[in-house]
Design a protein around this ligand. Structure first.
Ligand code: CTP
Length: 398
């Protein structure tokens, strides 16, 4: 496929070299179109050597090839990483003063922007309006990650991990529809840990892979995603706002807060049903006699609470509520009962065991649908399961 990598003048330009390599190594033909300022950070020879293609910034070189039109017209994907506030503004307003902005105006393929800038610039009403305009026109604008910026300051504005930007681009190349554009989605992922004392906990084997796949694919389909992650060690999916939690109580608080203005809530996290009734402030020491028993108390069922809260509020907040069920036996019967009991619209059921589902890249599932036929999702990558979930969610949002 023909990919145009636009690079604008931000310090994160060096990370675009890695993105470029991911494209070339997977067989794509990449034309790098930097802005003049981008070349202050990473020089033309680097882009030319890594892409194997000529690199120009303005429309006055190789004029006989009409590059200001041809490059955009021929592209299967244009990705701008990093996208500065300046290039977002130019793209939103249709300015065409250099080769990159000309390319953006002539491209009819999917366009992905990965902004990176200081927090103040990202949050400025002018940038917010430009991002909204670009999204309305069908471009994917990946929210920047939160973290360390150029200096000692931190906040939203970091370029996401190049490998995660690459994932969004691969999906855009496959031509998936932006059927979640403008939708607010909350996904919980991972497994909660319930403290026994300061060093010990009761936990479970959930890796967070399925929840992260749901977040990643929702971003790629245009959604604004809040990912509530319980004890997950995976890289943040590009574009998702990640809220880290530990226990079921923390997860509940984060999910209920984010769910307030959400269109969709997906509870993919493995939430502990019980917690130690008492949390010791000091580490429990071994004693000579019998070990002290750990008494358990019941945790609130967050999914069921979301279901009943929605009922009380008149039925459409959130519009779609999705649960997961991990079952070791009587998978479908248990799933159907759970779907009804928890008041959700969809329930993704999978069989779990020592080597099934947990921590593996692949899974198989059945999506149970309230008032509809179940959907079988064959064994495949967790991204495919996630897409099948969004395929079932999207029509319910129309
Ligand atoms: N869940 C939740 N809060 C809990 C427990 C589970 O929100 N305290 C959610 C999970 O995130 C998942 C769904 O409920 O979406 C199913 O969880 P599961 O543990 O399988 O269901 P249980 O109600 O615990 O049923 P059982 O113990 O009978 O399997």
């Amino acid at each position: 496929m023909k990919v145009v990598l636009g690079v604008s003048g931000g310090i994160a330009a060096y990370k675009a070299c890695e993105l470029l390599r991911l494209f070339t190594e997977s067989g794509h033909e990449v034309r790098v179109v930097p802005t003049r300022d981008a070349l202050r950070f990473v020089g033309e020879p680097t882009w030319a050597a890594l892409s194997g293609n000529p690199v120009t910034t303005d429309v006055w070189e190789s004029v006989h090839e009409v590059p200001h039109v041809r490059i955009g017209q021929a592209a299967d994907l244009v990705v701008v990483a990093p996208a500065t506030a300046d290039v977002l503004a130019k793209a939103a307003h249709g300015l065409a003063g250099d080769l990159l902005t000309n390319t953006l105006l002539t491209a009819r393929c999917p366009v992905v922007f990965a902004p990176a800038m200081h927090t103040e610039m990202w949050q400025h009403p002018a940038t917010r309006a430009n991002v909204a305009t670009l999204r309305e026109r069908g471009s994917v604008v990946i929210d920047p990650a939160v973290g360390r910026l150029t200096g000692a300051d931190t906040g939203p504005g970091r370029l996401p991990d190049p490998a995660e930007i690459f994932q969004v681009c691969v999906r855009a190349l496959r031509g998936r529809p932006l059927d979640l554009a403008g939708r607010r989605v909350v996904v919980s992922a991972g497994g909660t840990r319930e403290a026994i004392d300061p060093v010990r906990y009761i936990g479970n084997r959930s890796s967070g892979l399925q929840g992260y796949a749901l977040a990643r694919t929702a971003v790629a389909r245009g959604a604004e995603v809040t990912l509530v992650a319980a004890n997950v060690t995976l890289p943040d999916p590009a574009g998702a706002a990640v809220v880290r939690v530990g226990s079921a109580a923390e997860l509940r608080e984060a999910v209920l807060a984010a769910a307030d203005d959400a269109d969709v809530v997906v509870m993919a996290a493995a939430v502990a049903d019980f917690r130690p009734a008492e949390r010791h402030d000091a580490k429990i020491k071994k004693t000579d006699g019998e070990p002290a028993p750990i008494h358990l108390a019941k945790n609130p069922d967050i999914l069921a609470e979301l279901g009943s809260r929605r009922k009380e509020r008149g039925g459409d907040s959130p519009r779609v509520l999705v649960g997961f069920a991990a079952e070791t036996h009587d998978v479908l019967a248990n799933g159907q009962a759970k779907l009804a009991r928890k008041g959700c619209d969809l329930l993704v059921v999978n069989e779990v065991g020592e080597s099934l589902a947990f921590g593996t890249p692949d899974n198989a599932a059945t999506i149970l649908v309230a008032g509809g036929e179940p959907v079988e999702v064959p064994r495949g990558p967790k991204d495919d399961i996630a897409d099948a979930v969004w395929d079932a969610v999207a029509p319910r949002l129309r």
